[in-house]
Write a protein that binds this ligand. Structure first.
Ligand code: ADP
Length: 394
C-alpha cells in the first residue's frame, strides 16, 4: 500500500489528507487557517490523535513544515520516504489541461501563464506546489484541476454570446469548477446504477454551488462559468444576474467595478437576500421563525436549482439520476425535498424516510420515481489521490 498526500493550498489556508492507496483509507487529515496571522489555527487529526493549536504561522513555508513534521512526530509515518506521491488541487487549468498532470517545470510555467484567469487561487496553489517540492524534492507531484473535468463541454456549451474575439484573444468562455467533485460523485452514481453510459445530474451545493450534466462519464454542461460567480445562488455569490446591473449600480452608488465584484462575491446570494447569513442552517432557522427574507432566499435558491436540473434533464435527453453533494446537498433534507418537489412534473419523487438523513451515501428516491435520487458525500481528496496513483503508477 502507498501513502499519498492530497493538498489544497489557498491564499491563507492549507488543507491536507494523507491517504493509504489503493484502499483509500484516510490516515491523517488537517488544515491550517489564517496563515500570516498571529492567531493561526492548526488542526491535525489522525486515527488516535486530535490536535488543535492556535499559534503564529508567518507564511506557507512554516505551515507546510508543520504538516510534514506533524506526520512523523505524531507517528503517522516513520519516514518521509513513505509518501509516494503528492496531489495538488489547482483551481484553474484553462484550456491547457483536460486531465490531471505530472508536475514539471513546463507545467508550472503553464499554470503561471493562466493565473490571470484565477488570480486569487492559482498563485496560492503554485506556492504550495513549489514549497512541497523544496521540502520533499524526491516525491513526484500531480496537479489536479477544478476545471479539467469540464473540458469535455462542446463549444455551444462554453462560448458566451459576446464578441467571439473575447474568447480568441482573452480566453473568455465557460470553464466550470468543482470538476473533481462532479467527477467523483458521478463515478459513484455510475457504480450504484451499474451503468457506464448513465445520464446524471450532479448538484454540488456547498457554500459555493454548481450543477453538472454528465453523460458517458463526461461533463456536457455546468452552471459555473468563466468564474465561480455565475450559475446558482450561493452562500455569498450572486449566481446568474443581468450584467447591465453592474454599470447601473456603479453609477448609482459611485462604486468601482472591483467593489461591486466584491459585493457580488461576498455580500450576495443567501446572505444578501436574507440579510441574516450565508449558512443554510441559519436560513432554515429563520424560516422556522417566519423570517420573510429567509423564506424568500430559500425559495429563490431551490427554484434556481430546480430550473437548472430541468434544463439539464432536457439536455441529457432524460436523466437517469440526480445526485446531491456538498454541505447543503449532503445534510439538508429540507432543501433536497423542496428541490425535488419543484420537479414533480418529471415524475421524480423522494422517499421522505430515506431522505431524512444527514450525510449518508444512499438512494433517497421513492420506488416509483422515474429518476433515481442519491446523496453522495463528495470526496475530492480521494479523487486527487486516485489521479496521483494513476499518473505516477504508484
Ligand atoms: P464549501 O463550499 O466551503 O466547501 P461545504 O460543502 O462544506 O462548503 O458546505 C458548507 C455549507 O453547508 C454551510 O455553509 C451550510 O450552508 C451547509 N450545511 C452544513 N451543515 C448543514 C446542515 N446540517 N444542514 C443544512 N446545511 C448545512
Amino acid at each position: 500500500m502507498n501513502k499519498v498526500l492530497s493538498v489544497n493550498a489557498g491564499s491563507s489556508s492549507l488543507k491536507f489528507k494523507l491517504i493509504n492507496m489503493p484502499k483509500e483509507i484516510i490516515l491523517s487529515e488537517g488544515n491550517i487557517e489564517r496563515i500570516g496571522k498571529k492567531d493561526a489555527i492548526f488542526n491535525f487529526n489522525s486515527i488516535n490523535r486530535k490536535e488543535k493549536k492556535i499559534l503564529e504561522i508567518e507564511n506557507h513555508q512554516i505551515a507546510i513544515n508543520l504538516v510534514i513534521k506533524g506526520l512523523t512526530e505524531f507517528g503517522i509515518i516513520k519516514n518521509l520516504s513513505e509518501i509516494k506521491g503528492i496531489g495538488h488541487r489547482v483551481v484553474h487549468g484553462g484550456e491547457m489541461f483536460n486531465d490531471s498532470v505530472l508536475i514539471n517545470e513546463d507545467v508550472i510555467k503553464k499554470i503561471e501563464k493562466i493565473s490571470d484567469l484565477a488570480p486569487l487561487h492559482n498563485p496560492a496553489n503554485l506556492m504550495g506546489i513549489k514549497i512541497f517540492k523544496e521540502m520533499l524534492p524526491d516525491v513526484d507531484a500531480v496537479a489536479v484541476f477544478d476545471t479539467s473535468f469540464h473540458q469535455s463541454m462542446s463549444q455551444e456549451a462554453y462560448i458566451y454570446g459576446v464578441p467571439y474575439e473575447w474568447y480568441e484573444k482573452y480566453g473568455v468562455r465557460k470553464y466550470g469548477f468543482h470538476g473533481t467533485s462532479h467527477k467523483y460523485v458521478s463515478r459513484r452514481v455510475e457504480e450504484f446504477l451499474d451503468k457506464k453510459d448513465a445520464k446524471i445530474i450532479v448538484c454540488h451545493l456547498g457554500n459555493g454551488g454548481s450543477i453538472c450534466a454528465v453523460r458517458n462519464g463526461k461533463s456536457i454542461d455546468t452552471t459555473m462559468g468563466f468564474t465561480p460567480l455565475t450559475g446558482l445562488i450561493m452562500g455569498t455569490r450572486c449566481g446568474d444576474i443581468d450584467p447591465a446591473i453592474i454599470p447601473f449600480i456603479s453609477t448609482k452608488m459611485e462604486r468601482s467595478i472591483n467593489e461591486i465584484e466584491n459585493d457580488l462575491n461576498k455580500k450576495s446570494g443567501l446572505l444578501g437576500i436574507s440579510g441574516v447569513s450565508n449558512d443554510s442552517r441559519d436560513i432554515e432557522e429563520g424560516i422556522k421563525n417566519g423570517n420573510k427574507r429567509c423564506i424568500l432566499a430559500q425559495k429563490m435558491f431551490t427554484r434556481k436549482i430546480a430550473s437548472y436540473i430541468a434544463s439539464y434533464h432536457v439536455l441529457l435527453g432524460g436523466a437517469d439520476a440526480i445526485a446531491f453533494t456538498g454541505g447543503i446537498g449532503e445534510k439538508s433534507a429540507l432543501t433536497r425535498a423542496q428541490i425535488v418537489e419543484r420537479l414533480a412534473v418529471l415524475d421524480v419523487k423522494l422517499d421522505m424516510k430515506l431522505n431524512d438523513v444527514r450525510g449518508d451515501e444512499r438512494l433517497i428516491s421513492a420506488n416509483e420515481s422515474k429518476i433515481k435520487c442519491f446523496i453522495i458525500p463528495t470526496n475530492e481528496e480521494v479523487m486527487i489521490a486516485r489521479d496521483v496513483v494513476r499518473l505516477l503508477n504508484c
